[in-house]
Design a protein around this ligand. Structure first.
Ligand code: PHE
Length: 339
């Protein structure tokens, strides 16, 4: 038995294990319950007399050395696995892709910032609206052709529920819940049933403004919009107001700015007029105030609404509206430096 153990000892000392399969074979052969060492301990029960001490020590030595060998094999295999996973730590790292704000968000934030400086605060409303907030409360008479101005997406099962066609609906929500003075801007997404092309889309973004207080006049509106135009497009910018029509404002106007590409001299972009249209505006119609339980004898107000895509196009000359919603990174990447 002594000889057998000594032979096993040298076998263990020269054993080579390089992978997990071999390690498991090693364990089964020597260390498992039915392995060689357990069997030897069984046999050891038959050893008597002066042999017992010597064989016992030898057997324990074999057991300990085998266990140590097993542990060191295991550690080697584990180390090898982690070092191949980590590769070469001295190589330079992969560059981290930095995202950028969407151009629509960049311009929306800029618009909001300008009006915040004038004391406006931000309000938002739902995109899925009812007829009252999008049309009726805004003085669109029932069956009136004014409703055709905006091709609406209705929810078929309930034509009273629709996707808002403009952010003017938020005006109503705020006036219903807040008493004057009210000075808010309302950014948001709006929807119109239009064929998608380079110049039209079925959804786009607007920023609406509303100011209600005692003695608010058209002059206040004009000065606010002049301030906005110059902050947004530069100090040289001129504005002009053309009479227009919206059911919820009276009088109503559309505002043009001097073309920011040619400085008003006339170019292809402004169709050689020197002017480009940027927003609709007017004095809040007294009917709208009354619809929201605001006394139109006591209060007056102005409202305006602009398309964010339109302002973004003027700033960045994006020629195709579809670019804004296709999320092509080659397009979006260009706005990294503008943040
Ligand atoms: N809601 C109008 C539109 O979508 C814009 C507007 C807002 C006009 C406020 C006047 C006052 O075209």
């Amino acid at each position: 038995m002594k000889e057998k153990i000594t032979q096993l000892l040298s076998e263990i000392r020269s054993a080579q294990v390089t992978n997990k399969v071999q390690l498991e074979e090693f364990r089964l052969k020597y260390l498992s319950k039915k392995g060689i060492i357990s069997t030897l301990f069984e046999d050891f029960k038959q050893v008597f007399g002066d042999q017992k001490k010597e064989v016992g020590q030898l057997l324990n030595k074999l057991k300990n050395e085998t266990q140590e060998k097993f542990s060191s094999f295991l550690q080697n295999i584990e180390n090898e696995n982690t070092s191949t996973e980590l590769n070469d730590l001295t190589l330079p790292g992969d560059p981290i892709q930095v995202g950028s704000l969407h151009p629509i968000n960049i311009i929306r934030n800029e618009i909001i910032d300008i009006f915040k400086r004038l004391g406006f605060t931000v309000s938002e409303g739902p995109e899925i609206e009812d007829d009252w907030h999008v049309f009726t409360a805004l003085n669109f008479p029932e069956e009136h052709p004014a409703r055709d101005m905006q091709d609406t997406f209705f929810i078929e099962k309930n034509p009273d529920i629709l996707l808002r066609t403009h952010t003017s609906s938020v005006q109503i929500r705020v006036m219903e819940n807040q008493k004057p003075p009210i000075r808010i801007i309302m950014p948001g997404r709006v929807f119109r049933n239009e064929a998608i092309s380079a110049r039209a889309h079925c959804f786009f973004h607007q920023v609406e403004g509303l100011y209600i207080d005692h003695n608010v006049s058209f002059a206040d509106l004009k000065q606010t919009l002049l301030y906005f135009a110059r902050e947004m497009f530069g100090n040289e910018t001129q504005i002009r107001l053309r009479p227009s029509y919206f059911p919820f404002t009276e009088p109503s106007a559309e505002m043009d700015i001097s073309c920011n590409l040619c400085g008003g001299k006339g170019c292809a972009f402004c169709k050689h007029t020197g002017w480009v249209e940027i927003l609709g505006c007017g004095m809040v119609d007294p009917n709208v105030l009354e619809n929201c339980q605001i006394n139109s004898k006591e209060y007056t107000g102005y409202a305006f609404g602009m398309g964010i895509e339109r302002i973004t196009n003027l700033k960045f000359q994006v020629k195709d509206l579809r670019m804004f919603s296709e999320n092509d990174v080659r397009f979006l990447k260009q706005f990294l430096s503008t943040i």
